[in-house]
Design a protein around this ligand. Structure first.
Ligand code: GLC
Length: 447
């Protein structure tokens, strides 16, 4: 009996190691080999995604609207004429991103519509030659965020539905099949290669966020070749997973994990309403509370959140998004200790809510949703509590151990007293200092 019980005690570091060695079944990249360069990303937790493009002019879906024939291709492209960027203030954008607490930002350099936000030397669509914006929109943005210590991410669509050498176009019509015209495909890949070189050389991003890999195989894209080439420019570049298995981390989109993903590094990308780009008619805003609780949930499950905003065609950011980022930032300033640079939390079942752990696992953070007060329960904790405090508040909390049986190895239940007066308007964080790296009882009580 005693022996069995002992088996059920687990050092959380062992659990973390187990998570740590897991890799995506589809990934061709060994996680151990990229451990060092991934560290800033693992610590960063929060990124801001920015979908900015000509689709903001009419307020229609980015690229998909013509691909899915909701608008004709020529009409879609007429939006170029309305893309002014007249009030674009990259320093203001960067201030807002900084204030949100985000550690990195990813801007759409080119979406599936093929419209580049920089003066590409390729004879292709770009807002510098083709729209009243008439300037490089990337350079001042990357300069502004880097000056504030925010890592620079470049979203780049591999597929380009505007390029005449690209096979795909509308949902029910393509230009050609690669097998029928491999030379044309090679020409497209050269174009792709040149554009990626421009991004790498001109803007020196820390992260490349690919999208649109799904229309071709890893062999057709030469995904390994693309990866190698990018890493030649910058061996520490982080590449997201949308490169047919040749990226560094996974990017679930809009879908929230219920059980902890097995990936070592992952990032949930999510909109603040229901669309990536600016759409005036979309008023389905998530509230600051909803965004913060989703953020905490992702971090507690070992992931990051890449939260999207969609600026208008004149470069202003919708006020609802400013408010969400501002509130998130306030919360982060008060509670960020439990988030940034920490680890995903303890396995489910010990506490009915999200948790995180310090890297040495001597501090456990509990996140209390909504208006949770009264006695909060923690199960199976086999380390001694030295102190419980509420983040952003000097109060120390008391606790009681219930049901500890002298002859049993099973720890008692811990009830922490949380008075209403310490509650955060969104999510309250309890910081529990332990006498040693956390030990957990993971058994079934002997049944
Ligand atoms: C999807 C869409 C695209 C969007 C992206 C963001 O892959 O194709 O429109 O930019 O997700 O994650």
């Amino acid at each position: 009996m005693k022996k069995n019980c002992f088996k059920n005690f687990v050092l959380v570091s062992a659990i973390l190691v187990t998570f740590g060695t897991s890799i995506n079944a589809q990934s061709k990249i060994q996680s151990d080999s990229i451990q060092n360069k991934m560290q800033w990303f693992a610590d960063a937790k929060l990124g801001i995604f920015i979908h900015w493009g000509i689709y903001a002019v009419n307020g229609i879906s980015e690229s998909w609207s013509f691909h899915n024939k909701e608008i004709s291709y020529p009409d879609y492209m007429l939006q170029l004429n309305g893309f002014t960027a007249a009030k674009y203030d990259p320093n203001q954008w960067a201030d807002l991103i900084k204030a949100s607490g985000a550690r990195y930002a990813v801007l759409t350099t080119k979406h599936h519509d093929g419209v580049a936000l920089w003066p590409t030397a390729e004879k292709s669509l770009n807002v510098v030659n083709g729209s009243p914006a008439k300037k490089d929109l990337l350079a001042p943005f990357y300069k502004a965020i880097k000056a504030r210590g925010i890592k620079a991410g470049a979203y780049f669509s591999l597929l380009d539905w505007s390029n005449q050498d690209y096979p795909g176009f509308l949902k029910d019509s393509s230009r050609y099949k690669i097998s029928d015209d491999p030379i044309r495909w090679t020409r497209f890949k050269k174009f792709l290669d040149h554009q990626l070189s421009e991004i790498m050389q001109n803007y020196q991003p820390d992260l490349i966020w690919f999208d649109g890999d799904w229309e071709h195989s890893a062999e057709e894209w030469d995904a390994m070749g693309i990866r190698r080439k990018l890493l030649n420019y910058n061996p520490n570049l982080i590449i997201n997973g949308r490169l047919m298995g040749y990226g560094d981390y996974e990017t679930p989109e809009q879908n929230f994990p219920v059980t902890r993903p097995k990936f070592k590094w992952w990032e949930l990308c999510m909109t603040t309403n229901n669309n990536w780009g600016y759409q005036q008619s979309d008023t389905h805003w998530k509230t600051p509370y909803e965004v913060i609780s989703i953020f905490v949930d992702a971090v507690s499950n070992g992931g990051n959140l890449l939260l999207d905003i969609g600026p208008k065609a004149d470069g202003t950011i919708p006020k609802e998004q400013v408010e969400i980022l501002t509130e998130l930032g306030k919360w982060n300033r008060k509670n960020g200790e439990a988030i940034f640079g920490q680890l995903g939390g303890i396995p489910q079942g010990h506490f009915y809510g999200p948790t995180t752990l310090s890297k040495d696992s001597t501090v456990l953070y509990l996140f209390l949703h909504g208006k949770t007060s009264g006695q909060v329960m923690l199960k199976g904790l086999d380390s001694k509590i030295e102190e419980i405090e509420v983040l952003g508040n000097a109060s120390k909390l008391t606790h009681k151990i219930v049901g500890k049986i002298s002859w049993s190895k099973v720890p008692g239940l811990i009830y922490i007293d949380v008075p209403e007066k310490v509650l955060d308007p969104y999510i309250t964080v309890l910081k529990i200092k332990l006498n040693q790296p956390i030990r957990l009882y993971r058994g079934n009580g002997g049944l």
